[in-house]
Design a protein around this ligand. Structure first.
Ligand code: AHR
Length: 502
């Protein structure tokens, strides 16, 4: 193994932004085995009285997810929210045309709220701007957020929930630019519908924040004109523009794949520039922030829609996340943090089974995939002020990237304690990186109190129900920090967490 050398400086003045905790959000959709057979499985030995699996809940709780987007995703574009409330025995079984699955409505808004509450998460609700529109969105908001005295708030009370849910963040539809979307729209059609829906929703509850649909992929021909047009129509009413990205290794080229976190940087920077173009055009002082409300890597061996249509809880979008996936995934988290001045909300899509960091199997087990750990580390140690890491390191060239730095990293300072955490990925599959670090301008001496690494000689190694700990973090020996300098070696293809104590 070759060892490359590089250096990096973190200066007390290199601050990016205070990180909005909602950047560690998640996503649960009525899709595949995310809800049914995932978080909810009443026949399972681990199910509680309301049918939710306690072992799965514990794994989600450990992640400290501040907010969970619900109930879709593509699902929301055909969703009749009224079907999912009231006595379970009276709820209809529906054909969910988004995923060609059977939706029994056994888990609905009230059950999900109870689960999210126990997970320690707020709910980020979505309204259907596919088959439905302003009226259904307004009535759902009334059901959720109005105290009482009106038809839908009283209906909620009748359903056993006295206090309003008071959901703060609402998605105005989902991926409405996508030809796969139920009632896919042009940017003009969507922009007008979203704006009119937003107007009514904010009259009902002025405290809510609204997320307008941005492009669902950089690869769609409508990107980024979609975003510009939608923003022009809804700049005053929206609070965030949504961004979605799933990174895959469809070229089956490991070295190229390991650099693909760069796609996320480019995407965020393009969308930010598009929003700022509209801001300038409107002579507005309002800054449009981003809600990266679907992001993930796609496991190499995933099965997309290789299932019988019109079945209940088919195994959609499931696969085993590898060591290489964990590095690219960690790099996506670093990208979100590097852009935390504009990305205020992000949702890992999704939390269980469907592209899930938590998996359940038919033999009844639940386990953590490789990507669970970078998410856990970032959520636990990545709260505070994001700081730039200025690095000089060797570059890598692959089929899609020229002279890309082999290292990507970001630092986070906990304002209360002064503790500093560096998240770093070594994106070379073959070479280690000996990195000289300087902590500049912090005053006082830091100690490196913890050093976590995820590495594996086999980039394809993954955890499974029968081998749950093949790719897990390890604690490495710490090294001395002398007058704010230290040197660490970052293994090839690794995710690293360096925790410095003030
Ligand atoms: O997360 C799976 C699906 O991917 C979501 O339903 C959709 O919004 C996206 O295309």
């Amino acid at each position: 193994m070759a060892v490359q050398r590089g250096k990096a400086v973190i200066d007390r003045d290199y601050t990016i932004s205070r990180i909005d905790p909602r950047i560690y959000g998640g996503f649960i959709e009525h899709m595949g085995r995310c809800v049914y057979g995932g978080i909810y499985d009443p026949k399972h030995a681990e199910a509680d009285a309301s049918g939710f699996r306690q072992d799965v809940l514990a794994m989600v709780q450990e992640l400290q997810v501040p907010m969970i987007r619900y109930p879709g995703g593509n699902f929301v574009s055909g969703f009749r929210w009224e079907d999912s409330v009231g006595p379970k025995a009276e709820r209809p079984v529906r054909m969910d045309a988004a995923w060609k699955s059977i939706e029994p409505n056994e888990v609905g808004l009230n059950e999900f709220h109870g689960w999210a509450d126990r997970a320690g998460s707020e709910v980020m609700m979505a309204v259907n701007l596919g088959t439905r529109g302003v009226e259904a969105a307004a009535q759902l908001l009334e059901y959720c957020n109005v105290k009482g005295g009106t038809a839908f708030s009283e209906l909620r009370k009748k359903h056993g929930r006295t206090e309003p849910y008071d959901y703060k963040v609402w998605c105005l539809g989902n991926e409405m630019d996508g030809p796969w979307q139920i009632c896919n729209k042009s940017a003009e059609e969507y922009g007008v519908l979203a704006r009119e829906t937003a107007k009514v929703m904010k009259r009902i509850d002025p405290s809510i924040e609204l997320v307008a649909c941005g492009s669902s992929s950089m690869n769609l021909p409508t990107f980024p004109q979609w975003d510009a047009t939608v923003m022009e129509l809804i700049y005053e009413q929206a609070d965030y523009l949504s961004v979605h990205l799933y990174i895959d290794n469809k070229e089956d080229d490991l070295d190229n794949y390991l650099l693909k976190g760069i796609q996320m940087d480019r995407y965020i920077e393009s969308i930010t520039a598009t929003c700022d173009y509209v801001k300038a055009k409107k002579r507005s002082s309002k800054v449009m922030n981003l809600s990266f409300d679907e992001w993930n890597v796609v496991p190499g061996n995933w099965k997309k829609n290789d299932v019988e249509p019109w079945t209940f809880a088919p195994a959609l979008c499931e696969g085993n996340y590898s060591m290489a996936d964990a590095v690219v995934f960690g790099n996506m988290i670093i990208s979100l943090l590097k852009h935390s001045d504009r990305v205020k909300i992000a949702c890992l899509a999704q939390l269980v089974n469907v592209f899930g960091p938590v998996m359940t199997s038919s033999d009844g087990t639940a386990w953590k995939q490789s990507v669970y750990y970078p998410y856990l580390h970032a959520s636990l140690f990545g709260r505070g002020i994001a700081m730039n890491v200025q690095a000089e390191v060797p570059a890598v060239t692959t089929q899609h990237f020229t002279d890309a730095p082999m290292l990507d990293s970001v630092a986070v300072m906990d304002e209360q304690t002064g503790d500093l955490t560096i998240f770093a990925v070594n994106r070379s599959s073959s070479d280690a990186l000996e990195l000289s670090l300087e902590l500049r301008g912090f005053g006082g001496e830091y100690t490196l109190c913890e050093r976590l690494v995820m590495k594996h000689e086999d980039g394809g190694a993954y955890n499974s129900s029968t081998d749950q700990t093949r790719v897990v973090p390890e604690q490495l020996e710490t090294v001395a920090v002398n007058h704010s300098f230290c040197t660490v070696e970052l293994e090839p293809m690794s995710w690293n967490v360096l925790r410095f104590r003030a």
